[in-house]
Design a protein around this ligand. Structure first.
Ligand SMILES: O=P(O)(O)OC[C@H]1O[C@H](OP(=O)(O)OP(=O)(O)O)[C@H](O)[C@@H]1O
Length: 161
């Protein structure tokens, strides 16, 4: 299956995180935010700044483990969030929905918000900013670096020579 790539720049991520915060304003005040590490950390920090929220908890779910392929495991519990009542959960992306399902089971009373969602997992969110096709790989700014790309004319010339 062909994979498409969607590159998200820092500027775009910042805009999308601010849009998420704006959409979350009606939910305020909240007790705190639970960031789903690691991808949710930066969106959560941006949203927390916008929303004036200083209590940030984290949850870490490992979905691909060498010992137990495919079985998701919580390696850091969101202790401060209890059953999630009064908390916002923030992640960068919901793809298959495996992570979101585990997080929701742990924090059933929390509100789940993310920047990007794919069709397979979007029903598990309460809010997302942009839908991304299932076959599209989202390249986040922390996963990429600018690199030199040869000009078209040069690559064309090399085929003529
Ligand atoms: O819906 P899913 O198929 O579960 O995928 C979504 C999860 O995948 C990514 O995290 P990842 O597991 O890559 O870990 P990371 O954020 O620490 O890089 C992302 O930040 C979500 O938490």
């Amino acid at each position: 299956m062909a994979v498409n790539y969607a590159t998200v720049t820092w500027d775009q991520l910042h805009r999308d995180a601010r849009a998420l915060a704006e959409a979350l304003m009606p939910k305020m005040p909240v007790k705190g935010i639970v960031a789903v590490t690691r991808g949710g950390l930066i969106p959560a920090a941006i949203a927390a700044r916008e929303l004036g929220c200083r209590l940030i908890e984290t949850i870490s779910v490992v979905t691909y483990d060498e010992e137990d392929m495919g079985k998701p495991r919580i390696i850091k519990e969101p202790i401060a969030a209890g059953d999630g009542e009064g908390f916002l959960i923030i992640d960068d992306l919901v793809d298959s929905g495996v992570t979101a399902r585990v997080v929701r089971e742990k924090l059933p009373k929390a509100y789940f918000a993310c920047l990007y969602a794919k069709p397979a997992g979007k029903e598990l969110t309460d809010l997302f900013i942009t839908e991304v096709p299932q076959d599209t790989w989202v390249l986040f700014p922390w996963d990429t670096a600018p690199l030199f790309v040869p000009p078209l004319a040069r690559s064309k010339k090399s085929t003529v020579d």
